[in-house]
Design a protein around this ligand. Structure first.
Ligand code: HEC
Ligand code: HEC
Length: 256
């Protein structure tokens, strides 16, 4: 993956000569490859008509370079994209935060060859989500699905498509620690399964599989097990490549 900023920085450090613009570029930090990939899909849907397939469609503007005449910091770039450039063809774009993070990461690492995640048909994806994929038996979307289950209502604003795809192919490998399923047996012998909302040294709060919020003192439990296997099946074998792309298109559309 090309990292023009870092190359520039090392050149700049080696020469002990930095303009203020380059010095400011230093605090951009690292960018998540998933964001860069998502940024390419945003680019292809919103920017390509003017800036072209390889970023040099407009005379005097080169989006392949990772640096810009009119923007130095990431904050400048965000403002430029959100407000447009008055009296030019550069429009204002109303991007949600995942899209904005993606496009900034992409403009800083402009790899036009990245293999972006293929998104299929949103409507077909919904049918699979509610039918064959059986996703609603564990997930909530809007008013549907069991109460207290993992809520995907606005998953499209918080996760990049490539991250969503990894979740479908490898649920256990991508499971975040707080999402690990827990099994609790109280001193009185009552058993609860659920997922944690919160945990500290002494207490744990869970949503049980009936959708009820429960709180326990840990030192009064007979058993407190945190499972590292996700209950979600891996969909690599269960769905065809096209079906996966359709489900992804549906997940990406969930933005509320
Ligand atoms: C309708 C055509 C159009 C679309 C769509 C468009 N742009 Fe632009 N963009 C322009 C034009 C024209 C300029 C040059 C403005 C000028 O400086 O005269 C520009 C300039 C820019 C610049 C400043 C470059 C520099 O060197 O300062 C950036 C960054 C940029 N566009 C990013 C984007 C992104 C990101 C998108 C998609 C979200 C996008 N543009 C979509 C027309 C467009
Ligand atoms: C047997 C229950 C179950 C089924 C069926 C299931 N999931 Fe999941 N899913 C979970 C659980 C529990 C988690 C949280 C733990 C994890 O990340 O694996 C999760 C996590 C996810 C995540 C990641 C959420 C995040 O915060 O990043 C996505 C996306 C997802 N599921 C989509 C789906 C889709 C799409 C389907 C149907 C094709 C599906 N799931 C079917 C239980 C299930």
């Amino acid at each position: 993956m090309s990292r023009p900023i870092f190359r520039r920085l090392s050149v700049c450090a080696a020469l002990l000569f930095c303009t203020s613009g380059l010095a400011q570029a230093q605090d951009h930090g690292d960018y998540d490859p998933a964001d860069i990939e998502y940024g390419l899909s945003v680019y292809r849907s919103q920017c390509v008509t003017c800036h072209g397939d390889s970023g040099d469609g407009i005379a005097g503007v080169n989006l392949r370079s990772g640096q810009f005449r009119r923007a130095v910091s990431d904050r400048d770039l965000r403002a430029l994209i959100a407000n447009g450039i008055p009296d030019t063809g550069m429009l204002a774009f109303d991007l949600d935060s995942a899209e904005m993070t993606g496009i900034i990461a992409f403009l800083r690492n402009p790899n036009f060859e990245l293999d972006a995640v293929t998104l299929g048909d949103e409507a077909r994806g919904r049918t699979i989500f509610e039918g064959k994929g059986d996703c609603l038996s564990c997930h909530r979307v809007g008013q549907e699905g069991p109460r207290g289950s993992v809520d995907l209502t606005s998953i499209g604003t918080t996760r990049a498509p490539s991250a969503l795809r990894r979740s479908l192919l490898d649920p256990t490998g991508t499971m975040r620690p707080i999402d690990r399923p827990v099994e609790i047996v109280t001193a009185a012998g009552e058993r609860f399964n659920g997922r944690r909302l919160n945990e500290d040294t002494y207490t744990v709060q869970i949503i049980d599989d009936q959708g009820r919020l429960r709180s326990f003192d840990k030192d009064r439990l007979q058993q407190f097990t945190v499972h590292t296997e996700s209950p979600m099946p891996s969909y690599g074998d269960e769905l065809e490549e096209q079906e996966l792309a359709d489900v992804l298109a549906y997940l990406v559309s969930l933005k509320r």
